[in-house]
Design a protein around this ligand. Structure first.
Ligand SMILES: [Zn+2]
Length: 300
C-alpha cells in the first residue's frame, strides 16, 4: 500500500519525457527572464495583459484557469503581487510551485512620497508605511539573483532539461552582467545624480549606481496627488534644487509635465518595465533604453 502511494506521488510530481513544463510568469520582467532560460523547452505565459500593471491587478477567471493548469508560477514577490493569495486560493492547483524570485534579496523600505500627509487619509498612510519596496528587478545585479532563483526552480521541477537551462541561463546572466557594466561605465561621468521619479520604482537602481534618491511623486501608480498637494510638490522640488524629474512609460505624463512647467525642471522618461508586450529580450532592451534616457537628460 505504501509503495503504491509513493508511486502515485512520484508520478504526480514528475513530467513524462515528451511533456513540457507549464510556466506562468506574473509580469513582464519575470516573463523575459524565464523565457530567456527555457526557450522552447517549456511553455511560458505572462499572466497580466500587455496593457495591465502589476500593482493593482484585477485577475480574471481565465487567469484562475491558467494558474490551475500551471506547474510553476514565477513571481517577483516582495509584496508586488498583492492579489496573489486570492488567485492561488481560487486556482487551488495542488501541483503548482510558486517561485519567489526575490527570495534572499535584502529589501528597502518604501520612500516617502512628496505629497504624503495632507492627501492620504490615515488608514492609507498606515498601510503604506513599513512596507518594503518591491521594485528589485530594476537593479540589474538583483535581476541576476532573480534569474538564479528561477533557474534553481526549473532545475528542480524539470531535471531532464537541467543542462540546457543552465547553459541558457549562463548566457543570459552574462548579458545582465554586461548591462550592469554599461550602467557603471556610463554613470561614472559627472551626472546630476539627484533622482525624483513618478512612483517609488527606482530606489534599488539608485542605490546600486550612487544616485541620491530624493523620492517619488506618488507611492503607487493610479494615486495622483490632489490639486492641493501639487503646490507642496512644486515647493519640495524647488527647495531641493531638482533639475530633472522622471515620468514613466505607461502612466500619464500630464502631472509630471505640469510640475516641470511650474518648477522649470526638465522632464525625462524612465521605464519601470511594469507594462508591455512579452518577449525574451524585453528586459535587456528596455533597461538599455533607461540608461540612454538617464544619459540624455543629465549630460548637459
Ligand atoms: Zn511599481
Amino acid at each position: 500500500m505504501l509503495g503504491l502511494v509513493t508511486l502515485f506521488a512520484l508520478l504526480a510530481g514528475s513530467l513524462s519525457a515528451a511533456e513540457k513544463l507549464k510556466i506562468v510568469a506574473s509580469f513582464l520582467p519575470m516573463y523575459a527572464h524565464t523565457k530567456s532560460i527555457v526557450g522552447e523547452l517549456a511553455e511560458v505565459q505572462m499572466l497580466i495583459g500587455s496593457d495591465a500593471e502589476p500593482h493593482d491587478y484585477q485577475f480574471k477567471p481565465s487567469d484562475v484557469k491558467k494558474i490551475a493548469a500551471a506547474d510553476l508560477f514565477v513571481i517577483n514577490g516582495a509584496g508586488l503581487e498583492e492579489w496573489l493569495g486570492d488567485l492561488l486560493k481560487k486556482a487551488g492547483g495542488k501541483k503548482l510551485r510558486v517561485v519567489d524570485t526575490s527570495a534572499g534579496i535584502e529589501l528597502l523600505d518604501n520612500a516617502e512620497a512628496f505629497f504624503t500627509g495632507s492627501a492620504a487619509d490615515e488608514e492609507e498612510e498606515e498601510h503604506e508605511h513599513g512596507e518594503k519596496n518591491p521594485h528589485v528587478w530594476l537593479d540589474p545585479v538583483l535581476a541576476r539573483r532573480q534569474v538564479q532563483n528561477i533557474l534553481a526552480a526549473l532545475t528542480a521541477s524539470d531535471p531532464k532539461n537541467a543542462a540546457a537551462y543552465k547553459k541558457n541561463a549562463d548566457t543570459y546572466l552574462e548579458k545582465l552582467h554586461e548591462l550592469d557594466e554599461s550602467f557603471r561605465l556610463a554613470l561614472t561621468v559627472k551626472f546630476e545624480k539627484r533622482l525624483v521619479t513618478f512612483h517609488d520604482a527606482f530606489p534599488y537602481l539608485a542605490k546600486r549606481y550612487g544616485f541620491v534618491y530624493l523620492g517619488c511623486i506618488t507611492q503607487f501608480p493610479g494615486q495622483d496627488p490632489k490639486p492641493r498637494d501639487l503646490q507642496a510638490l512644486v515647493q519640495a522640488i524647488n527647495k531641493h534644487g531638482v533639475k530633472v524629474i522622471f515620468a514613466e512609460n505607461g502612466y500619464s505624463p500630464k502631472l509630471l509635465e505640469e510640475v516641470a512647467r511650474q518648477t522649470g525642471a526638465k522632464a525625462g522618461v524612465l521605464d519601470t518595465l511594469e507594462i508591455g508586450a512579452p518577449s525574451a529580450d524585453a528586459y535587456l532592451v528596455r533597461m538599455r533604453k533607461n540608461l540612454a534616457a538617464l544619459g540624455k537628460v543629465w549630460k548637459k
